[in-house]
Design a protein around this ligand. Structure first.
Ligand code: FPP
Length: 241
């Protein structure tokens, strides 16, 4: 495949995979089928984005609020994560060779124990990889992430390990799940919704946004190219002129 060349690429691209339910409904299918198709698109777009040279990728797969969905839908999503982790372990050698570091953003304590064990294993095995950083947000909430960071920082101040004046945006950043990674330059949300939904709340301060009516299961490499072509033209000033 010939890959397009962009004059500037996001160092970190984050995607909210939205619209699976509507995609399924349009076809008279159960919502779980939308998630299944969505998980195939996640694999395809993840691979493509890595191949065109985007180094840090974050996909929003399950929020802290998604537990409120019907049990069968939650189970279907957990099964998809389980299959993905099984595959990642099966292909560990290939992933290590490609230098893909996998990280899970979110509160792992809220995730079923068997899944958590696989997540920990994959993270540990890939921790020295540094070519592509693939983050999957599961049981993730931006406000919860900031809250736990504040609690840990406060504990360190209380224990005299940290001085108040040492608390800077950079320090707070280093307490987040994305520690040591650049903030997202571009956040994509398909399916026509124009909100962030508790995604990368702290990290998105200067992110560019790209919205589309395409539902996530219909999202293709061309849709991503369109977003990247648009990003290329953005004039990012970070508060300057
Ligand atoms: C939002 O669409 C999507 C989700 C809550 C789940 C996203 C998860 C996947 C695409 C599977 C990812 C798989 C792996 C292996 C990481 P929605 O269901 O809210 O859609 P709707 O707004 O149309 O109802």
């Amino acid at each position: 495949m010939d890959y397009p060349v962009f004059s500037v690429l996001p160092r970190h691209l984050a995607i909210i995979m939205d619209g699976n339910g509507r995609w399924a409904k349009q076809r008279g299918l159960p919502r779980s089928e939308g998630h299944k198709k969505g998980s195939e698109v996640f694999r395809k777009i993840g691979e493509y984005a890595g191949n065109i040279g985007i180094r840090h990728l974050t996909f929003y797969a399950f929020s802290t609020e998604n537990w409120n969905r019907p049990e069968n839908e939650v189970n279907a999503l957990m099964n998809l994560f389980d299959s993905f982790l099984g595959e990642a372990i099966e292909r560990l050698d290939e992933n290590l060779e490609k230098g893909i570091r996998l990280r899970f953003l979110g509160d792992k304590n809220g995730v079923p124990a068997e899944l958590r064990a696989l997540m920990d294993y994959v993270e540990e095995q890939t921790k020295d990889c540094d070519k592509t950083f693939l983050n999957i947000a599961i049981n993730y909430g931006g406000q919860q992430e900031i809250t736990q960071a504040v609690q840990r920082i406060a504990q360190n101040v209380k224990d005299n390990n940290l001085k108040l004046e040492e608390i800077t945006p950079e320090l707070i950043s280093s307490y987040l799940y994305t520690a040591e990674q650049p903030d997202p330059d571009l956040i994509i949300r398909p399916s026509g919704e124009l909100r962030l939904s508790n995604f990368l709340t702290f990290q998105s301060a200067y992110s560019e946004f790209w919205f589309s009516d395409v539902l996530w299961p219909d999202f293709t490499e061309e849709t991503l190219n369109e977003a990247l072509a648009d990003f290329e033209k953005r004039n990012r000033r970070f508060g300057g002129i």
